[in-house]
Design a protein around this ligand. Structure first.
Ligand code: PXP
Length: 245
């Protein structure tokens, strides 16, 4: 069964809405672990709109499962990542005006800048994950740049407007997984996945990890983080292919 990384950024979003000290994303991470999370994901954005440096440090000290830091290819953030040494660094595009990460990193276009960052981060022993769209050229460029893994942007599927778009997006994901495995990359998935739409994606063989944030944090308001994570784990288990590759 693929691993579940729980993105706790939006717990910090609620805290930042009041500029106070609650709810604490570090507590959320502990609760997510108790609910069965295989990993904790956070995005330290350049504008610090949700996760703060203090959160990143405390998460590094307290998280007992895989710690995945999403980050832009920005010098200040790269230096913080080198100090923090998370288990995995996920390079993502970042625009100030966006509500959340929109689309994938363009590794083809920015290959030399990205590969120099990848090589610096590889030296601290972290796994490097590229958040990209399910496009073969982006997978090839990610492999050439030195990434160990790619996280396929599942937004094309999640935001599909009709069944044809949805099926085409699922086909793109399936094809990209094949290409990724041929290149020796681990293949993850994330963005826009919810309790309602996870089934067809969870049923695709070959994903080794999903990173899910907004939907789990939203559910946790009603059921608590532990139960929200446990429920997503149950769905992954229920729909995961029984005989993956
Ligand atoms: N994976 C990556 C790389 C992301 O940037 C995000 C959004 O922060 C997610 C997964 C989680 O997306 P969502 O909050 O839509 O579940």
């Amino acid at each position: 069964m693929p691993l579940l990384g729980v993105n706790i950024d939006h717990v910090a979003t609620v805290r930042q809405a009041r500029g106070t000290d609650e709810p604490d994303p570090v507590w959320a991470a502990a609760e997510a672990e108790l609910g069965g999370a295989d990993g904790i994901t956070f995005h330290l954005r350049e504008d610090r709109r949700h996760i703060q440096d203090r959160d990143a440090r405390l998460l590094r000290d307290t998280v007992g499962v895989k710690l995945n830091m999403e980050m832009a290819v920005a010098e200040e953030i790269v230096e913080l990542a080198i100090q923090l040494k998370p288990d995995q660094c996920s390079l993502v595009p970042e625009k100030r005006e966006e509500l959340t990460t929109e689309g994938g990193l363009d590794v083809v276009k920015n290959q030399s800048r990205i590969s120099s960052v990848v090589h610096r981060l590889r030296e601290v022993g972290t796994t490097l994950n590229a958040f990209i769209e399910p496009i073969p050229d982006q997978l090839k460029a990610s492999s050439d740049a030195g990434f160990h893994a790619v996280e396929l942007w599942t937004g094309g599927y999640a935001h599909a407007r009709n069944p044809e778009e949805r099926d085409a997006a699922l086909d793109d994901l399936r094809r990209a997984i094949v290409v990724g495995h041929e290149l020796g990359l681990a293949v993850h998935g994330g963005h826009g996945l919810t309790y309602r739409n996870i089934a067809p994606v969870a049923a695709i063989a070959g994903f080794s990890e999903f990173n899910i944030g907004h939907s789990i944090v939203a559910r946790s308001i009603f059921s608590g983080m532990r139960e929200a994570v446990a429920e997503m784990k149950r769905l992954l288990d229920k729909y995961a292919p029984r005989n993956p590759r």
